[in-house]
Design a protein around this ligand. Sequence first.
Ligand SMILES: Nc1nc2c(c(=O)[nH]1)N[C@H]1C(S)=C(S)[C@@H](COP(=O)(O)OP(=O)(O)OC[C@H]3O[C@@H](n4cnc5c(=O)[nH]c(N)nc54)[C@H](O)[C@@H]3O)O[C@H]1N2
Ligand SMILES: Nc1nc2c(c(=O)[nH]1)N[C@H]1C(S)=C(S)[C@@H](COP(=O)(O)OP(=O)(O)OC[C@H]3O[C@@H](n4cnc5c(=O)[nH]c(N)nc54)[C@H](O)[C@@H]3O)O[C@H]1N2
Ligand code: SF4
Ligand SMILES: [Mo]
Length: 888
Amino acid sequence: MTPAVRTTCPYCGVGCGIRVEFDGERPRIAGDEAHPANHGRLCSKGAALADTLTLPGRLLRPKVLGREVAWDAALEHVAGGFRRIIDAHGPDAVAFYVSGQLLTEDYYVANKLMKGYIGAANIDTNSRLCMSSAVVAHKRAFGEDVVPVGYEDLLAADLIVLVGSNLAWCHPVLYQRIAAEKERRPALKVVVVDPRRTPTCELADLHLPVAAGTDVWLFNGLLHALHLGGAADAAFLARHTAGAEQALRAAEESSADPGTVAARCGLELDALRRFYAWFAATERVVTAFSQGVNQSSSGVDKANAVINCHLYTGRIGRPGCGPLSITGQPNAMGGREVGGMATLLAAHRELANEAHRREVRAFWDSPRIADRPGLMAVELFEAVRAGRVRALWIAGTNPVVSLPDADRVRAALERCELVVVSDCVEDTDTNAYAHVLLPAAAWAEKDGTVTNTERCVSRQRRFLAPPGEARPDWWMFCEVAKRMGFERGFEYASPREIFLEHARLAAAGAGSGRLLDLGGLAQLSEGQYQALEPVRWPIGAAQPSAAAQPFADGRFGHPDGRARLVATPPRPPAHAPDAEFPWVLNTGRLRDQWHTMTRSARAARLNRHLPVPFVDLAAEDAARLGAAPGDLVTAVTRWGRLDAPLRISGELAPGTVFVPIHWSDAFAAQARVGALVSPAADPSSGEPEFKHTPVRIERMPVDWYGFAVSRTPVRTDAFAWWARVPGEAQQRHEFAGRGRPDWPRLARALLGAPPDADWLEYRDVSAGVYRAAHLSGDRLEACLFVAPRPRLPASGWLEGLFARAELSADERQGLLNAAPFRAAVDEGPVICACFGVGRRRIEAAIGAEGCATVRQIGARLKAGTQCGSCVPELRAILAGRAGSPAAV
Ligand SMILES: Nc1nc2c(c(=O)[nH]1)N[C@H]1C(S)=C(S)[C@@H](COP(=O)(O)OP(=O)(O)OC[C@H]3O[C@@H](n4cnc5c(=O)[nH]c(N)nc54)[C@H](O)[C@@H]3O)O[C@H]1N2
Ligand SMILES: Nc1nc2c(c(=O)[nH]1)N[C@H]1C(S)=C(S)[C@@H](COP(=O)(O)OP(=O)(O)OC[C@H]3O[C@@H](n4cnc5c(=O)[nH]c(N)nc54)[C@H](O)[C@@H]3O)O[C@H]1N2
Ligand code: SF4
Ligand SMILES: [Mo]
């Protein structure tokens, strides 16, 4: 076996270290015991990474207008197009839209090209949709975008408040580390503030199901209660802060009376009081927040309302306390360090500051420098639609799915003169609008660095050769820059050279009062860069290993050195429900999928947990609609519509709706939730209000439901709705439609069976039931089941048959017969991805076999014993909170 390659997980901002070993050709992936983020743990997504390294569907060669071309021709086309449009319409007519999934080195050169050479600041990123509210809140409070808390602080806290964070599913390893600490130290309290009762709540001592969008009232109320209760740290406030009075006044105006706050936030008064009392009485508090805070039209104020409470009590800059913005993407932080947003410069310099602009331009020795902010994501696509931006390069993000008002985004790209997309996969919803497609090297194939939530810089190391002609993103940006006439600024031979330049720029700030300092990394030799161990900044040239606790000395980044408490008068969400759209749509993530599924859905085992899109409703609301789990419903907002089966998870309050973000046109019909989301955004961060759009739910009339399992693609044009679930040797389509098709004819056409195919079928016309199977020799090629209701037999048994080269006579006979389905255990949705254990088997272990704890379930079924991501769900099932019984 070759020596292990140590690298970093390409999914979430926890930033887990990974060890890759080769067993012959096949990489084996395990958690890195030596990485400070995870100490060897991996969640279900990290553990399934080896399964995602497959070739089918990868974009392998550059394409211009659908035709494969050589790299040189593609790069010339891009450089020529950008140059022509800049010459005719000025630098503001072009833009880059990049991603927190790019490496720091990719990001650095893209930002340098746009701001220093093209000379505009039109480079924005999907971090606008993700972390920008936290960035602005940090800058308002601290004078610099610094996350002052690390994982050790989080674990040293006596009270952890999770606000708008479904940590159990979105940052599972961090969740597991908290769970382990709580088991060791039961006095550690956890409070979850989330309108949904998420799996994260299984760890909570207190769940506050706040009404969507009311967090500012809640934290203003907390600030006021801290004030009344004498919890102020008067010395800290006097010496190190400003603005406390104004913040208190705003808090008092909105939230003086706990009864009113409880009513406004939809909380029980007792629960609210308990939270306030715990916070007041506990020195070591970490308030960790994520998208329930950021993705709001008052996202920045929400974050500042949280930070105010920490500043007021002096609980910052000391071990075990502080506000912790949890980052989403693996390199959201690296992007912020290089200034890769339309509102930032580089290395924490400000676009609006003339001295900073001069300094960065001199450092880059660049012909020009952008002197005003560029367009933020939502505005940027609006400018594309209006024809003000005529060339757009999209890298590492899928905006036709992930932006709000996403049908309008599609229309914008349709009109754009030049759309360039670099991606690793061939068919994304965004690629469909590209004039030029550039094949990007994927995670396993490229070298560079990423920075995680706690400011820890880790190496991503290549362990596979890029397939076809795929190339790293930094190389593409540099090659285009050179062809635009900017040879001098972009002559890098390796990612290390880029990293060193970035570190030198981030070191040039030493002495300026800025905390971002990478001076200790600015001289790495090739060998040292290769061997770089995870390291947290600030890492100055003088103390290259010890990350100081930010703000420990009470000095903040504002010119007067003081932090600011910010007055946060609460505002309701941008759009209120009304008679036409009476409910509130909330959107977010599932445990086993990553964003638009281009990577996670390649691992068959990640597609078994929640395999198809859904609309989650409270049971009362579903009853009012007359719909049962699995029935198709349509969600309609002022901006768009979506069809999906109904789910009743039991996590929602009446009047609220939850739809996952993951499905795109590549995986289902009419399932992009982005099309429904209002484009309202926070006025200072530009971050969209993804969690609050007024919505109406209707039943979707269909006459039949069905599924097909097949080795080859199935035609979907006869369906009113469908979703594709990739498996190992096969894929499953779930579908529904209208009318009375001639099934024997249609089924053959859908499955692509030749006229002389070995074809078995069963039909009960009066019951509306049809089943068919297509064999070649003794091998099962495809099968299809149709019935009038969504509750069809579970397909697990059938799918298992696709792993066989030959079917036995019994299996062949059983194909169209419901009996084997009944005999095979229908496990229901798979809860444990590692061992494929379904909910019904777990329920049986609890009921008939008497398992009473997670450990006993693990001992009996192995569920929950490997990556541990399903433990919160096991707890929920043990407590009888198991969600809807249907397949969705
Ligand atoms: N499995 C998985 N993990 C991921 C990702 C993924 O795609 N899949 N993506 C990564 C990325 S980029 C990100 S940004 C993170 C996101 O991580 P999270 O922010 O934890 O995830 P979300 O599901 O977007 O939303 C968090 C919660 O906010 C709640 N919420 C909605 N409205 C409000 C409100 O008004 N107030 C409060 N307090 N809460 C509210 C929602 O109910 C939801 O449970 O996850 C990262 N990790
Ligand atoms: N409704 C709703 N919408 C949301 C959110 C929400 O909560 N609700 N959350 C928002 C947030 S926080 C985020 S972060 C976004 C995420 O949304 P996106 O960034 O649009 O989602 P991804 O699927 O991660 O897109 C990444 C793309 O880059 C490709 N890719 C992967 N690695 C590389 C690489 O190394 N180079 C290149 N060039 N390409 C690569 C992938 O194949 C994929 O097509 O979604 C946002 N949209
Ligand atoms: S928690 Fe999971 S997805 Fe996030 S970095 Fe760790 S292994 Fe990857
Ligand atoms: Mo994100």
